[in-house]
Ligand binder design. Structure first.
Ligand SMILES: [Ca+2]
Ligand SMILES: [Ca+2]
Length: 686
């Protein structure tokens, strides 16, 4: 050893001893990476530049992909908002975490990854859309939208009460996230921040700076915009999510939005006023009208995404400016995919590709090689396990997914999954999509709609748009058998032990069934001065006998007197082909009774229907029973509200013509229970 080196060592030793003393006195700085989880609602991968979008640009999301890894086979387990979130928090399929449909309430007392990370020394924060009804648990900081939350001026729920904001929700959520990073972050701890947007969820209301974006362009249409759902099961034909028929005037921005400030409204009207004026003048019909609706819908959807992308840019810049980017994993994902006019639809729910796919882009400097792509089959079921491995927390055995960390490192584990399991349960529900479960491999997909006992099998390599089910075809007998076996294996693996068990039905209350008929105070639930207008949805006709009726003077032989519900559950009293009819629908099955004699046009007549506790239907004209037949009590509260003089949104019965009633309606009544003969006589004798 040279003298010089010896001299240096001697000098260094006391300094090192001093350093050791300091680090023993203070806790070692926690070098575990931060996690910024950016999550949106209903953002399909085919509207992200990095995924090859043909319809928009997303520069900040694309930058994340360039700097990190993009997953091309990322799927959800249940394509709907609340359930996807619950799967992410728990690492468990819906049937085990208890949040199977948006009607459920999340049990916040259960094990979640934020709770485990908090226990392990992470600072945990949740900002934006939560959508699980109960208060967030497991977070050091949270500020969330109430339910779905509005696009403008959102009240936010916090641990200390509601905070009101004025402005555009996407920007406000970004501001709250930035404020957390700047002012509320505990610099001694690594953080996990869930930065979750409402956008681009329905009803796609763009922010003030985006209202005229895309005005001068025509967005390309998807190849399947005019799909007629041939060669698939009946499920695809009975949904209510078409661009053609099911976008409301609010969705299409043909009404003035509510809840905006005077200034916001002026900006809004300046943008939509001239566009709507041009639309009204054009008097479009048929395919041209569908095309217009598609353009209006998709442009608003993309405008909402543009605001999200800008917000991400702000947050990424902050991470760079504060030298946090190097030790922060940034993830971009959305709760499921979405139909962007594909198959003629909007919305999600199906196991078909467009809504099954979730975007997943991950940047992790020093671990993930920039610009990498990954084709392993991954799911939202894997996120909790991934975050826990990053935090050095043991992954609980009851979690059902698998950490993605090896994939981030560029590894390709030999025992990685070769198939994914899916189960959708929200029927009856919005958009009337049948319950189904299924399995998807890299090349094929098998789906079973179990309430209607129908199957679909798709060969994804030959038919990526899933236009032709090959279920039952001889050529596919072997594949089909293998997939059936795989499906059974996955149901066992994930403990979905009774997959065809119905979602809990409302129990019949024997006391309510025997009770004397009670009239519903309709003035509380109807705005009769505005027939056909939006009506409150607070009537619950489920599991009850009922009586509905009215005096009317019809001017045509077709039209609905009273209807509540739609294609999955509801009742309707109506006239079709000149004859009175009373219908009930339960989980999609329609039962109805019809009178023999025609109702006289222009003459005042009393029409009523009763649904007995036994399920029996009776139709009464001028107080006399004219038809009887089997029906059923309604299994749950219908999604659509009550309508007088039409059946709005999805349809209870298979009406032959327009549901709009022409003529006059008076003394409309609804009773819980079957009205006795004396009551009926008094009502119909007037
Ligand atoms: Ca969603
Ligand atoms: Ca309806």
């Amino acid at each position: 050893m040279s003298m010089l080196r010896f001299f240096r060592m001697k000098l260094c030793l006391p300094a090192l001893a001093f350093l050791l003393t300091i680090s023993a006195a203070l806790p070692a700085a926690d070098k575990r990476p931060n996690i910024l989880f950016i999550f949106t609602d209903d953002h399909a991968p085919h509207a992200i530049g990095a995924y090859g979008s043909k319809i928009n640009k997303t520069p900040n999301m694309d930058k994340l992909a360039r700097d990190g890894m993009i997953f091309h086979n990322s799927f959800c387990t249940n394509s709907i908002c609340g359930p996807s979130r619950a799967v992410i928090l728990t690492g468990k399929h819906s049937h085990l975490n208890g949040f199977m449909t948006n009607g459920n309430t999340f049990d916040g007392s259960q094990q979640t990854f934020p709770k485990l990370m908090r226990k392990a020394g992470y600072q945990t924060a949740m900002v934006g859309k939560w959508h699980l009804k109960t208060e967030p648990t497991g977070f050091d900081f949270w500020e969330v939208l109430i339910g779905q939350g509005p696009y403008y001026n959102p009240p936010m729920r916090t641990p200390t009460g509601t905070r009101k904001y004025t402005g555009y929700t996407t920007s406000i959520i970004t501001d709250i996230a930035l404020d957390f990073l700047k002012n509320k972050r505990d610099k001694e701890k690594p953080f996990v921040l869930m930065y979750q947007h409402k956008a681009p969820h329905r009803n796609w209301a763009p922010g003030p700076g985006y209202l005229n974006m895309y005005d001068d362009v025509t967005i390309p249409e998807p190849a399947t915009l005019f799909d007629k759902w041939e060669n698939r099961t009946s499920a695809a034909k009975t949904q209510t999510m078409t661009i053609e028929r099911h976008l409301s005037t609010n969705d299409l921005k043909l009404n003035t939005p509510r809840g905006l400030t005077k200034e916001q409204l002026a900006t809004w009207n300046a943008a939509y006023g001239p566009k709507n004026e041009a639309f009204r003048k054009a008097k479009l019909e048929g395919k041209e009208l569908v095309r217009w609706k598609y353009q209006r819908y998709i442009k608003d959807y993309l405008r909402c995404i543009a605001a999200v992308d800008d917000g991400i840019g702000q947050i990424l810049k902050y991470l760079d400016d504060e030298n946090l980017a190097g030790n922060t994993i940034v993830i971009y994902s959305s709760d499921q995919g979405f139909y962007l006019g594909d198959h003629g639809w909007f919305d999600k729910r199906w196991m078909y590709e467009e809504s099954l796919r979730m975007p997943l882009i991950v940047r992790w400097p020093g671990v993930i090689k920039p610009g990498s792509t990954n084709h392993h089959l991954v799911q939202n079921l894997d996120y909790a396990e991934t975050f826990l491995e990053v935090a050095g927390v043991a992954i609980p055995e009851d979690m059902q997914g698998r950490s993605l960390v090896p994939l981030f490192k560029g590894e390709s584990p030999a025992d990685w999954r070769n198939s994914i399991y899916y189960h959708y349960l929200e029927f009856p529900g919005a958009h009337s999509v049948r319950r189904h479960y299924g399995v998807r491999t890299r090349t094929h997909k098998l789906i079973r709609y179990y309430n209607i006992d129908e199957w679909e099998l798709f060969d994804l390599s030959k038919d990526p748009d899933e236009l032709m089910s090959v279920h039952g075809k001889e050529d596919y007998a072997t594949v089909q058998k293998e997939l059936e076996g795989e499906l059974a294996r996955l149901q066992k693996l994930y403990a979905d032990n009774e997959p065809e068990k119905s979602v809990k039905k409302k129990k019949n209350n024997s006391k309510a069934l025997k009770r004397k008929a009670r009239q519903v105070k309709l003035e509380k639930v109807l705005h009769l001065e505005k027939p056909g207008g939006p009506l409150p949805k607070n009537l619950d006709p489920s599991a009850k006998p009922l009586t509905v009726g009215a005096w009317c003077t019809p001017e045509s032989g077709d039209g609905v007197l009273i209807a509540q519900g739609g294609a999955s559950t509801g009742y309707s009293l109506y006239i079709a082909g000149g004859k009175a009819r009373f219908a009930v629908r339960s989980e999609g099955t329609l039962k109805e009774v019809a009178g023999d004699a025609k109702i006289e046009i222009g003459k005042r007549v009393h029409i009523a229907g009763t649904l007995a506790a036994t399920g029996k239907l009776t139709l009464l004209v001028n107080g006399s029973a004219v038809a009887q037949g089997p029906g059923h009590l309604l299994p749950g509260k219908p999604f659509d509200g009550l309508n007088v003089g039409n059946d709005a949104e999805s349809l209870v019965a298979d009406y032959p013509a327009s549901t709009k009633f022409k003529g006059s309606l008076e003394d409309i009544r609804i009773y819980w229970g079957v009205l006795d003969s004396r009551g009926l006589k008094a009502w119909s004798a007037k």
